[in-house]
Design a protein around this ligand. Structure first.
Ligand SMILES: Cc1cc2nc3c(=O)[nH]c(=O)nc-3n(C[C@H](O)[C@H](O)[C@H](O)COP(=O)(O)O)c2cc1C
Length: 186
């Protein structure tokens, strides 16, 4: 059986993070193991709603095929370092938002994937400077998480430097928002 124990120091780090973070097991339907306080503030969902379930709950009835295909391709390819895509999501109260989703892997020293790591950011109407601040925070998070995780024998994969640039992400998010205006989703 796969080890789903989250080292205490990682739990504390997640809880105190200023950005939304989540961890899921890589097996089965990638059930969520941890969502932090910022994730709960962002989505309105608590641990009792989501732990043990797949995070696609946030997609509601929207079928964002391109984004989902990208996420599936990342999960199916153990060699892929990370993925980033905007995806249409809904908060627990039904409010639609464009989630700029980042995912990478946390590995054991053996190379086996222990957890899928994710960070969420609401880019609906986001000003470029807000996204830039988030990117910096995500970069810092990955940098700080690495030595902490290493103490528990976990390697953090995929740094932000390999991620598509912010301008591209904003352009994609705007497209999703424009399509949303034309639809009956809001
Ligand atoms: C740790 C983790 C966090 C995720 N967070 C989100 C999220 O915030 N929003 C979302 O739409 N999908 C999220 N996903 C992606 C979905 O769970 C799922 O992998 C995606 O929809 C592609 O698979 P599907 O087409 O089978 O649904 C997350 C996945 C993982 C493993």
């Amino acid at each position: 059986m796969h080890d789903v124990t989250i080292p205490a120091e990682l739990g504390t780090f997640f809880e105190n993070s200023p950005i939304a973070l989540a961890l899921a097991s890589p097996d089965g339907d990638t059930p969520l193991r941890l969502i932090n306080r910022r994730f709960q503030e962002l989505t309105g969902y608590g641990g009792q709603d989501l732990i043990g379930r797949n995070c696609r709950v946030l997609q509601g009835n929207a079928d964002d095929r391109e984004a989902r295909a990208k996420l599936r391709a990342f999960l199916a390819n153990d060699a892929a370092a990370n993925v980033r895509t905007p995806i249409l999501n809904f908060k627990k109260d039904g409010t639609a938002f464009v989630n700029l989703l980042y995912m990478s892997r946390l590995r054991a020293l053996s190379g086996e994937t222990r957890f899928i790591f994710a960070s969420q950011f609401d880019v609906s109407g986001a000003h470029p400077e807000r996204l830039q601040a988030y990117d910096q925070e995500l970069g810092k998070t990955l940098t700080r998480l690495s030595p902490l995780a290493a103490e528990s024998g976990i390697i953090v994969e995929g740094t932000l430097t390999t991620v598509a640039n912010s301008a591209h992400a904003i352009a994609q998010a705007k497209l999703i928002l424009a399509n949303l205006d034309d639809s009956s989703l809001l």
